[in-house]
Design a protein around this ligand. Structure first.
Ligand code: GTP
Ligand code: MG
Length: 426
């Protein structure tokens, strides 16, 4: 399917089975937003209430008949299903409705494919799509090669019993291995970089949370105040999955305290497990962070569910035990007073016309990541000039004077940094 280059949005119908799920309406709303993010126009939504899905067809036969009529009358090109279907369910539904079927996982994968900009993100999406396709290869392709004509004799050595399907499976398997291998080497480089950062002891803070909550907007606000001049702005868009790569920015606070801030892929309910594993290295910025900032859209009535999904997704990625600040963003949309801090949470607006929201947030970040900082006096011998320049860049030098033994400085620095130069402490 190529929906990217057509001007007219593709007309689609979304369908969903309500199995007495209290969050059903919300999941349909989200499905429609996902379709929109994929440049599709949802012309109508058809739902059915059942205790169990029909094993082979998802919907019941009567419902499918009326779905076919609606799809024809509405000139819909695709039917988008709210759940992940089995390959045979997809096949049966396609046969019975005469329309192409895309399930929720397929739709999310497609958005990721259209949104991926960096080489790494493109490879990760490709990997996830291939993994999704592998068990779904159609048996209709299992025509025996040795029964085909016009295929030349090229395949005869592969064993006459080999089917086209098996061959396609093997090709996919090879492609998957190649991409995995490539991503592994990218990941290795990243690990080295993050290790070097750790050695420099610059704390890392990662923005996580549901897609469209305002993570990139918050990153941009912080960068605008405390980033270097050349820091790039992150893409902000009112659509799902605007950010698909990890953006890291270095921020310097007025007292020379520095930290790295990273922004990454947002979450959504039922995020395909193929994507979670393919994006593992992109998301590793969050796994290595000293502090997480969970951004929540405070104006969304489903924010509790979104928070639950975020926590579940983090857990699936093996991220736990990292201190967290919860930011209830977009308070301006609900007419609430902001900024208000309570313990580890902050009600704020990334569109606060004053600097109060962003100042409150940065203060909370600073208090948490600089908790282990201590102020000490050191005398650094004159032949150890590199230590002075290191401290000037990475620590908070409060006072410096020259003595007979060397440069005497008063400095505020993290404990691990002090441990490496503790022989100079006085
Ligand atoms: N009213 C209001 N809108 C906001 C606020 N913060 C962000 N937005 C808007 O919300 C939309 C999404 O913002 P992003 O920063 O792109 O959200 P994100 O969390 O990075 O989303 P993904 O990259 O898709 O995961 C944009 O249209 C922003 O302008 C806020 O505090 N108030
Ligand atoms: Mg973003």
């Amino acid at each position: 399917m190529d929906t990217k280059f057509t001007n007219q949005p593709t007309r689609v119908i979304t369908i969903g089975l309500n199995l007495n799920d209290p969050h059903f309406d919300y999941s349909i709303k989200e499905l429609n937003a996902l379709a929109q993010a994929n440049h599709m126009q949802v012309v109508t939504t058809v739902t059915q209430k059942l205790d169990h899905p029909f094993a082979g067809t998802y919907f019941g036969p009567g419902k499918i008949k009326s779905l076919k009529e609606i799809a024809e009358a509405q000139k819909a090109q695709y039917i988008i299903v709210n759940d992940e279907l089995t390959p045979s369910q997809i096949r049966n539904l396609e046969k019975m409705t005469g329309k192409d079927i895309i399930d929720r996982t397929g739709l999310i994968l497609e958005i990721f494919a259209n949104q991926a900009r960096t080489k790494e993100a493109k490879l990760q999406v490709k990997l996830a799509r291939l993994e999704y396709q592998l068990p779904r290869l159609r048996t209709s392709a299992s025509v025996r090669l040795d029964q085909q004509t016009g295929n030349g004799g090229g395949y005869t050595n592969r064993g006459s019993g080999e089917t086209l399907l098996e061959m396609r499976r093997r090709t996919l398997g090879r492609q998957i291995n190649n991409i995995r291998h490539h991503l592994k080497s990218v990941n290795k480089t990243k690990k080295v970089q993050s290790h070097q950062r750790k050695k420099m002891t610059i704390p890392t803070v990662a923005l996580v949370g549901y897609t469209n909550a305002g993570k990139s907007t918050i990153l941009n606000q912080l960068v605008k105040r405390w980033g270097t001049n050349e820091s790039k702005r992150a893409l902000v868009k009112n659509m799902l999955f605007a950010t698909l790569s990890t953006e890291v920015r270095k921020l310097t606070l007025p007292n020379n305290r520095k930290f790295l801030l990273s922004d990454t892929v947002g979450f959504v309910s039922k995020l395909p497990h193929e994507l979670i594993s393919a994006f593992q290295s992109t998301l590793s910025e969050a796994a290595n962070a000293d502090l997480l900032i969970q951004v929540v859209d405070y104006s969304d009535p489903n924010r509790q569910l979104m928070m639950k999904t975020t926590m579940k997704t983090l857990k699936k990625m093996g991220i736990h035990g990292i201190p967290m600040i919860t930011v209830f963003n977009k308070a301006d949309k609900v007419g609430k007073h902001y900024p208000v801090q309570e313990g580890n949470s902050l009600i704020m607006s990334a569109q606060d016309p004053t600097n109060r929201s962003i100042n409150a947030l940065v203060k909370m970040i600073e208090q948490r990541i600089y908790r282990n900082y201590i102020t000490v006096n050191l005398v650094i011998p004159y032949n150890q000039g590199q230590i002075i320049s290191y401290l000037n860049t990475h620590a908070d030098v409060l006072k410096a004077k020259y003595s007979a033994k060397g440069t005497q400085i008063k400095v505020n620095l993290p404990k691990p940094m002090l441990d490496r130069i503790s022989q100079y402490q006085i």
